[in-house]
Design a protein around this ligand. Structure first.
Ligand code: B12
Ligand code: SF4
Ligand code: SF4
Length: 374
């Protein structure tokens, strides 16, 4: 028989250890089925809102609940690591000749940093449980890529709530938390779930340039610039190319609009996520010149490396088309012959956008003033 007091003490120690390892938030959720959550995921997939992300659908049977993935799991330790940006996350919007990379991807790859800290915390938990007489416990760690619903689990564990843009918002850390989870066989008492504090606010919805969530709490990934720049293969539909502006990897518009960000302290951010100088405001001209090797060099250690050179150059061509900078035209023209069909298509489009500015029209802008008859 396990002494309940031991589990309570272990939980308090776990929280302190999580903070020591760089997590800004830690809470506990139950690992059992939540039928509403599973039904909403099924509905979202059924409506095809995941677009080309077939992997979301393929592992639905595991994604629907922690115990569906691992039958022995009793509790979920939900964790948040802050990447609260120091300056204005929207500053790059005013510099159309620069590529705008979203705040979460300007520094080191969160998959690596969060995973390392999760593993350290899980090792600590195994050792601590043994020390406290709980015997051999089981743990599994997850960040992002596993079939785990990190946002609803974060909400269930009291880290915050899923805002109308569907991301998890924290009262202390705003929109800027990476999430991760440890499934464990220890039966901790769950924390109280996060309460929705969106109220009548619709700032995130108003900020979205592609109406990617026409109804609050329901995102259509196929319209989301984050999806279009990171996940979508092939040419992006024409209707989204202008709204993409100079966003070349991810999108922060709905996150940055959230009033709860005023409480987020950049001092809470993990140092690994500080922006790398070369990714803070990269010149489109430099990015358009990237070949495979150059791409790998520039984005080594960054989450961006997984999209590959072709998708990055495709995105930069849309940005070039939106830049109004005719000095990019020669590079854009050269990319019309790129072996990647989506790059070549994006170059054609970008050249069409830039050309009216480049070639002075033969016709005068205003009709000539008629000579005075008298
Ligand atoms: C797929 C995915 C994406 C997709 C789809 C996003 C989405 N909203 O689902 C795309 C590529 C678009 C994407 C974009 C981004 N992502 Co992403 N993504 C994921 C991933 C891998 C799975 C998310 C998922 O399960 N989606 C499925 C949908 C159905 O789930 P859901 O949004 O929770 O849906 C709920 C609501 O719709 C709600 N609901 C449905 N109907 C209704 C009706 C009512 C009335 C109500 C109240 C609720 C409701 O219930 C559903 C179930 O809970 C997670 C990692 C993970 N394993 O969880 C990261 C993750 C969600 N992404 C993350 C980030 C940072 C981003 C971006 C901010 C990156 C960027 N700057 O570009 C953007 C944000 C865009 C946005 N507004 O969501 C973080 C979010 C952290 C946080 N604090 O929430 C995660 C958790 C990664 C991580 N480990 O940190 N992402
Ligand atoms: S990330 Fe950008 S495009 Fe996607 S929902 Fe938010 S504001 Fe809209
Ligand atoms: S911007 Fe407003 S509606 Fe959107 S998540 Fe934040 S509080 Fe909620």
């Amino acid at each position: 028989m396990v002494n309940a007091g031991v589990i309570v003490e272990l939980k308090a120690a776990l929280d302190a250890e999580a903070k020591a390892l760089g997590f800004a938030a830690c809470g506990i959720a139950a690992a059992g089925e939540d039928p509403v959550r599973a039904a909403r995921l099924a509905e979202w997939l059924g409506e095809g809102k995941h677009g080309q992300m077939a992997w979301m659908e393929e592992r639905f049977h595991h994604r629907r609940s922690p115990q569906a993935l691992w039958g022995e799991a009793k509790s979920v330790i939900a964790l948040g690591m802050s990447y609260a940006p120091e300056g204005d996350p929207l500053a790059l919007a005013a510099q159309p000749t620069r590529g705008w990379i979203s705040a979460y991807a300007k520094g080191g790859d969160y998959h690596d940093t969060v995973k390392k800290a999760l593993k350290a915390l899980a090792r600590w938990l195994v050792a601590e449980a043994a020390k406290r007489g709980l015997g051999e416990i089981g743990v599994k760690v997850f960040v992002d890529t596993a079939p785990v619903m990190e946002k609803p689990l974060g909400e269930a564990a009291g880290l915050g709530w899923q805002g109308k843009h569907t991301n998890m918002v924290s009262r202390e850390h705003g929109s800027w938390l990476f999430l991760g989870a440890i499934y464990t066989t220890i039966e901790f008492a769950p924390d109280e779930a996060g309460e929705d504090h969106c109220g009548s606010c619709d700032a995130c919805q108003t900020a979205c340039p592609t109406a990617a969530f026409p109804a609050p709490y329901r995102l259509d990934a196929r319209r989301c610039i984050s999806y279009l720049t990171i996940e979508h293969k092939g040419p992006v539909a024409e209707e989204f190319r202008k709204p993409m502006g100079n966003m070349i990897y991810g999108c922060d518009l709905c996150l940055a609009a959230c009033p709860w960000n005023k409480f987020a302290q950049s001092a809470s951010a993990h140092r690994a996520f500080l922006p790398r100088a070369e990714l803070a405001a990269p010149r489109l001209a430099d990015l358009l010149a990237l070949d495979d090797a150059g791409f790998r060099r520039l984005f080594s250690g960054s989450p961006i490396k997984r999209i590959g050179r072709d998708r990055m150059v495709r995105n930069c061509l849309y940005a070039a088309g939106n830049s109004g900078d005719v000095s990019l035209l020669a590079q854009v023209e050269a990319l019309k012959g790129d072996p990647d069909a989506a790059v070549a298509d994006a170059a054609e489009w970008a050249a069409r956008q830039l050309k009216p500015a480049a070639i002075p029209s033969a016709a005068p802008r205003h009709p000539p003033i008629a000579p005075h008859p008298g």
